[in-house]
Design a binder for this molecule. Structure first.
Ligand SMILES: Cc1cc2nc3c(=O)[nH]c(=O)nc-3n(C[C@H](O)[C@H](O)[C@H](O)COP(=O)(O)OP(=O)(O)OC[C@H]3O[C@@H](n4cnc5c(N)ncnc54)[C@H](O)[C@@H]3O)c2cc1C
Length: 409
């Protein structure tokens, strides 16, 4: 009998755990090397309905559904007096109508623990420091929790290291993202929202009253707390001072909708900052490895696409690996990189249109045709691989035409 194929996964975030669970399901041995000890904080808290499909494929739905996370049924956009709300149940594509808003510390631990329950091995506080793909089998050098180094070999390596970007760094795969550098300041707080019209089942995306490419997110959790963040250029932020706490407070004070909603909020957690997070690589795969989630490409937080893309990449990669291990014909280009890229490119068109203002014109247009709204809603729900949707197939041109129609009116 042939030996069970062994796959090393670098990182136990959503892409790593979904890949591990899927590999175990198919009878392979998943060994996850995770640098941190969970639970640990991570940004990326608002999920999209599309990712529920990937969670289901990995056999992780039950624990996620039962965890008590905040339900998410849509997204609301605000700009001064303009308000536009999308309900995922009104989307064009078939599939899940709802998802969750999650504290990632809990969510990531839950997925990882469930992957372990399915037989995956996770080595906590084991940091991958070197990689060698020159031999017949990939070999990684790892530093364990005691600071001791060891080497480990496998049949394949999936890099799910997120912003750790282990293989892009070690193999010099990084290329600059075509998005300008943006910075985000964010925190968790006790929101004490008492406005009866406020719907906790929706993420709020709020545009700054004067600077259209500065925007805020408000992501409520199920425990009376929320995630609050702002995205701007570093130059925008610099104009407001050097102290993150003060800059953050000034930006909240500048936005009347948020200021009113959070009038009783208790800001009890330091402000976090991330800058220049958009990334890209020369190739998403190579001899003996593939890059998942943020270890490959990361666009922008505005449409909460990160976890969905991360999980999709895990599903596609495991499909290819399964074929490869069965000695079936495999193309990592047409079976992994290209299909993944299709969805990423749809999001890319939407992100570009958001920052050039055209998508904001569309979203806040008050005479939107209902059928077009369902198609836009599908993208906001993460259904960016549904080629039946004209806004998937031809996103850039469609958005341009639609924005012109909205402005001409
Ligand atoms: C400001 C901001 C807001 C965002 N908001 C959202 C949102 O609302 N919704 C959404 O879906 N996405 C959001 N994202 C994106 C989201 O955070 C990521 O896309 C998502 O976490 C990617 O998952 P992953 O599995 O690829 O990596 P991660 O979740 O980053 O997991 C990677 C894991 O690898 C481990 N690791 C790193 N280096 C090593 C190493 N050398 N050895 C071993 N392990 C290692 C890390 O410790 C980590 O646990 C946001 C991103 C930003 C920057």
């Amino acid at each position: 009998m042939s030996e069970v194929k062994k796959v090393i996964i670098i990182g136990a975030g959503p892409s790593g755990s979904v890949a591990a669970a899927l590999l175990q399901k198919k009878g392979y041995q998943a060994i996850v090397l995770e640098r941190d000890n969970f639970p640990r904080f991570s940004i990326g808290e608002s999920l999209l309905p599309q990712c529920m499909e990937f969670i289901e494929q990995a056999g992780l739905s039950k624990v996620v559904d039962q965890a008590g996370f905040q339900l998410k049924t849509g997204a609301s956009f605000l700009h001064n007096q303009q308000f536009s709300s999308f309900c995922f149940s009104d989307k064009f594509s078939d599939g899940f109508d709802a998802t969750f808003q999650v504290q990632r510390a809990n969510f990531d631990l839950l997925l990882a623990t469930e992957a372990q329950a399915k037989g995956a091995t996770i080595h906590w506080q084991h940091e991958v420091i070197e990689a060698d793909f020159s031999g017949a089998r990939p070999k990684l050098s790892v530093k364990d929790e005691e600071g001791q180094s060891y080497q480990i070999e496998a049949d394949f390596v999936l890099d799910a290291s997120g912003f750790g970007r282990v293989l892009p760094r070690l193999l010099k795969l990084d290329i600059p993202s075509d998005f300008p550098v943006r910075q985000s300041l964010f925190t968790h707080l006790e929101d004490k929202i008492d406005c009866t019209k406020y719907d906790r089942n929706k993420i709020w995306i709020v545009v700054h009253p004067e600077i259209r490419d500065v925007w805020y997110w408000l992501i409520p959790f199920s425990n009376g707390r929320c995630s609050l963040g702002v995205v701007a250029t570093p130059e925008n932020l610099k104009e407001l001072g050097d102290n993150h706490q003060q800059i953050f407070q000034k930006l909240i004070d500048q936005e009347p909708n948020l200021k009113a909603l959070l009038k009783n909020a208790v800001f009890d957690t330091p402000i976090n900052s991330l800058k220049g997070y958009s990334t890209n690589v020369k190739s998403l795969y190579g001899q003996g490895y593939a890059l998942l989630g943020n270890a490959g490409e990361f666009l922008d937080p505005v449409f909460s696409s990160g976890v969905t893309i991360a999980m999709k990449s895990a599903c596609l990669a495991v499909e290819q690996l399964d074929k490869q291990f069965k000695n079936e014909s495999v193309s990592w280009q047409t079976g992994f990189a290209e299909p993944l890229q299709k969805g990423v490119d749809t999001f890319r068109a939407f992100v570009n249109a958001w920052y050039d203002g055209s998508l904001q014109d569309i979203i806040f247009y008050d005479k939107q045709q209902p059928n077009i709204k369902t198609m836009i809603c599908s993208i906001l729900a993460g259904y960016v691989w549904d080629e039946k949707n004209p806004y998937v197939k031809n996103s850039r041109a469609r958005l341009k035409t639609l924005a012109e129609l909205c402005c001409d009116d």
